[in-house]
Structure formats: structure tokens, C-alpha cells
Design a protein around this ligand. Structure first.
Ligand code: PLP
Length: 305
């Protein structure tokens, strides 16, 4: 991932130069992963910068902390304005990735975090293009399982949860794949380390339910609308590992990955080994939506300028 941080970030209510935002080494989140984050994209269409589904991201941002009684001590409106103002301050005129996060700060080292534990909030951003090769990637099914709600809630976008994603990504890369696919504790398909997964079989689009420990992705939700517009049936149901190998098409969805086709899983070619017809259609429709070329979904875009 290219990572050239823009000049300013937002830290506890103020826009400051990146190098001025510092936290003590005793920060609780560094020790225990008690941080909450979102990943948001904004798209530049050569006239304006549009933040995609900002309200939904901010809603999930607050909800993630609730699972752990970690407080976000700013209103949704304040976070929204902070993101827009930070884009302006950085004179951002390129498509970019925006990372808001909050974390338990000077709480001490005990584990009894509650609503009163002190938290810090920060937002940074950087210009961002494609995360993956949009012509299709390879994926390996991980020997690590996706953690389940029996241990920590998969719906909380918490720093600590991503240790599972790190293990699976390391394994996939070591084995020569671009990305990992995780099964849930029962052996059903769950998701990728930072993306939801869809399969296409006989023109039907299928994705795992949240009970398969998949995150309730905002891109996943957007795909439901786009697929319906095109008359495709989307089914949410458990997916067996074996179904992946014989699917006509497989793709990932996520803010960073957008819609990314998978053309090989383990040693199996998916479909004819090229980007599938439905995947291509959804990719194109998704691009139209984020670039403000589909009026029906213009309410999903927050213009910055
Ligand atoms: C584990 C995981 N699954 C799925 C997704 C996709 O979610 P979204 O489409 O909201 O970015 C993400 C990214 O946020 C993720 O981290």
C-alpha cells in the first residue's frame, strides 16, 4: 500500500501538522489493542471530492466502541465536520483514504476499561489508488479460522481484532497468494482479512451472513443495491468451502479493495480464470456511483468543496 500521509491530521478536536500529534508510550491501546477505527474513501471527479457513505461509516465507528464501552467523546456531526475540514485543510484534490480512529489513552495498565476511560481521537488521510490488481487476484484459504462472536464481536472494528487478519495475510503471502480467505469456526466461508466475499453461481450472487463472522461491510451493503438494480438475486446464506472452487465468479468487497475479482483460489481457477461478467458489471456500476455518475445514489456522497 502506498502511504504518503497528507500534511495535516485532526487530533482531539484540532487540526495539527502530522508530526505534532504524539501519544505517551503508556497509552492503553498500544498494550491491549483497545482502539476503534474506520476506513473511508473519498473520490475526486476532477471537480469535487466526494466522501463515500460518510454517515454510515461514522455510525459504525461509534457502534464499534459500544461493544467495549469505549467512548467516542465527539458527536457524529463533529466527526463529520472534522473529516470534511481536514480534506479542505490538506487541499485534497485526489481520491484518498481517510482513517478515523479512537483509542483508550492514559488509563493505566489494568483491563477494567469503561465509558469513563480517557480516549483520544485522530483522523489522518492520504491519496490512494487501487489496493489490489483489478484484473483479478489469487487467494489462498487460510489455515487460521476467523474469530467468532464466542470470543470477540466480529462487528466491532477494533485494532485488536486485526491480529487474526495479520496472521492470515502473512500465511497467504508466504504461500504466494495475493490475499487470504478465512473460514469461520464451523468451516463455512467467512470473509477475507479486510474484505467481504461474494460468489456468483448460475447468475445468482451469494454472500455469507453476519453469523459466519463476516463484518457488516458498507461496500457489501452497496452491492446489494447495485445488484438489485440490475435484476440479480442476492442470497445471504452460509457458503461451504467447496462452493468457492466451483463458483462461476468470486469477488471481494471493501472500502479499500472496492470490488476486486478473485480468479484463482488455492490451485483452482475460478470460472475461466478471468474477471467474470457479473463482477465486471458491478465493478463498473460501483465506479459510477462513487464518481457521482449515478444520480440515484448521490445521497451516498458528501461533497467536500
Ligand atoms: C474484516 C473486514 N471485513 C470487511 C470489510 C469491508 O467493509 P467495508 O465495505 O465497510 O469497508 C472490512 C473493511 O472495513 C474489514 O476490515
Amino acid at each position: 500500500m502506498k502511504f504518503s500521509l497528507s500534511k495535516f491530521l485532526w487530533f482531539d478536536g484540532k487540526i495539527v501538522p502530522v508530526e505534532k500529534a504524539k501519544v505517551p508510550v503508556t497509552t492503553h491501546a498500544i498494550h491491549y489493542g483497545t482502539s476503534v477505527f474506520e476506513g473511508i474513501r473519498a473520490y475526486w471527479d476532477s471537480k469535487n471530492l466526494y466522501v463515500f457513505r460518510l454517515d454510515e461509516h461514522i455510525k459504525r465507528f461509534r457502534k464499534s466502541g459500544k461493544y467495549y464501552h469505549i467512548s467516542l467523546n465527539f458527536t457524529n456531526e463533529q466527526i463529520k465536520n472534522a473529516i470534511i475540514n481536514l480534506c479542505k485543510k490538506n487541499k485534497m484534490k485526489k481520491s484518498c483514504y481517510i482513517r478515523p480512529f479512537y483509542f483508550v489513552g492514559e488509563h493505566g495498565i489494568n483491563l477494567h476499561v469503561d465509558e469513563k476511560s480517557p480516549t483520544n481521537v485522530a483522523i489522518f488521510m492520504f491519496p490512494f489508488g487501487d489496493l489490489f490488481n483489478k484484473k483479478g487476484i489469487t487467494a489462498g484459504i487460510s489455515s487460521w479460522r476467523k474469530f467468532s462472536v464466542l470470543s470477540t464481536p466480529p462487528q466491532a472494528k477494533m485494532g485488536g481484532n486485526y491480529l487474526n487478519s495479520i496472521l492470515t495475510t502473512q500465511e497467504a503471502k508466504r504461500n504466494g497468494y495475493d490475499e487470504a480467505i478465512l473460514l469461520d469456526i464451523l468451516g463455512n466461508v467467512s470473509e477475507a482479512p479486510g474484505e467481504n466475499i461474494f460468489i456468483v453461481k448460475d447468475d445468482k450472487i451469494v454472500t455469507p451472513p453476519l453469523t459466519s463472522s463476516a463484518l457488516e461491510g458498507i461496500t457489501r451493503d452497496s452491492i446489494f443495491y447495485l445488484a438489485e438494480d440490475k435484476g440479480y438475486q442476492v442470497v445471504i446464506r452460509e457458503i461451504a468451502r467447496s462452493e468457492l472452487y466451483i463458483a462461476d465468479e468470486v469477488f471481494l468487497s471493501g472500502t479499500a479493495a472496492e470490488i476486486t475479482p478473485i480468479v484463482q483460489i488455492d490451485q483452482n481457477k475460478i470460472g475461466n480464470g478471468k474477471v467474470g461478467v457479473i463482477t465486471r458489471e458491478l465493478m463498473s456500476d460501483y465506479t459510477d456511483v462513487v464518481m457521482n455518475k449515478n444520480e440515484k445514489y448521490s445521497q451516498w456522497l458528501t461533497p467536500v468543496y
